[in-house]
Design a binder for this molecule. Structure first.
Ligand code: F6P
Length: 324
């Protein structure tokens, strides 16, 4: 393999730049020409493809976002769009791809490989941590720390006013960000999509906690089955019937996607980026390079997107026990 291309796709995540840097520099180190595709699958369709040199990725390891930009491409969902993308890759003589993104990115990569046979290795780039085949995804640690910083600040004002705060965090259908930020932020409750939320039980505990605590933090994952933080707050407020309490909602939103990546994310991103290039050279063709128990592991895209990654149940218990 003499020429590869790298791209980022789907929601950006802190550490994607460190991953791009690792892909570009590992490829150059191995004597391979490396190209960048801008704006993910959109750029592949438009032929937005440029040669990268070592200096092209200077001074980005510490930056959030993605230097290559990202997009969620509708056109790539069509056979015509994918054919255009393939033709552009052939025009540039691209023999292998490194796709940095989450489940949508790998769903596209799997289909593209099945249709056109271009070997592709993925790197897990998403704040959601919802990919099977890696203990953590690139950007998750930074997102949790961003959420934590916000929760700490909210706790100060919650305590000052004896308020009950419902804080909504991202994660799409997964509760990883919610659980880790709830543990780290000392939340009284966490609500996640993976387990059924019993609001009556929450109300009962809040009543009980009134004896020992004057304020409470409840972390709500955006995909929770009971609804978003606003809905959940209204239901709990209605059931609790406590006129001495103020109820507030904060939705953290896209601040969780930005910012300088943590050391953990930079190291994970660098390892996955290097492993992706090495994987292509070793013959992996439709796999994601992740890290499990500190070891690089290659998992077929079908499993990464098809198998679900369970929450650590002990973590939920931890929030419950430590909130008394
Ligand atoms: O997948 C990352 C993520 O930030 C999710 O946590 C969230 O549900 C979604 O992307 C938001 O997507 P968008 O930036 O397109 O609104």
């Amino acid at each position: 393999m003499k020429r590869i291309a790298v791209f980022t796709s789907g929601g950006d995540s802190p550490g994607m730049n460190a991953c791009i840097r690792a892909v570009v520099r590992t490829a150059i180190f191995k004597g391979i020409e490396v190209y960048a595709i801008h704006r993910g699958y959109e750029g592949m369709i438009d032929g937005d493809i440029k040669r990268m040199q070592s200096h092209s990725v200077s001074n980005i390891v510490q930056r959030g976002g993605t230097k290559l930009k990202s997009a969620r491409s509708q056109e790539f969902r069509t056979p015509e769009g994918r054919k255009k993308a393939y033709d552009n890759l052939m025009l540039h003589g691209i023999e292998g791809l490194v796709a940095i993104g989450g489940d949508g990115t790998f769903t596209g990569a799997k289909l593209f490989y099945e249709e056109f046979g271009i070997p592709t290795v993925g790197c897990p780039g998403t704040i959601d941590n919802d990919l099977y085949g890696t203990d953590y995804t690139i950007g998750f640690d930074t997102a949790v720390n961003t959420a934590l910083e916000a929760i700490d600040k909210i706790r100060d004002t919650a305590a000052a006013h004896d308020r009950i705060f419902f804080i909504e965090v991202m994660g799409r259908d997964a509760g990883f960000i919610a659980v880790e930020s709830a543990i780290g932020g000392g939340a009284e409750f966490v609500m996640v999509p993976e387990t059924k939320t019993d609001l009556d039980a929450v109300v009962k505990s809040l009543k009980h906690l009134r004896k020992s605590k004057t304020s409470s933090i409840i972390v709500v994952a955006e995909g929770d089955d009971a609804g978003n933080a606003q809905t959940v707050m209204e239901i709990v407020k209605d059931k609790l019937q406590d006129s001495t309490k103020d109820f507030k909602v904060t939705t953290l939103g896209h601040i969780q996607r930005g910012g300088s990546p943590t050391a953990r994310d930079r190291v994970l991103a660098s390892r996955c980026g290097m492993a992706a290039v090495e994987g292509l050279l070793e013959g992996y063709q439709f796999h994601m390079a992740g890290v499990i128990n500190q070891e690089v592991v290659y998992t077929p895209f079908a499993d990464c997107i098809g198998k679900s990654k369970p929450l650590i149940q002990d973590h939920l218990k931890l929030v419950e026990i430590l909130s008394i």
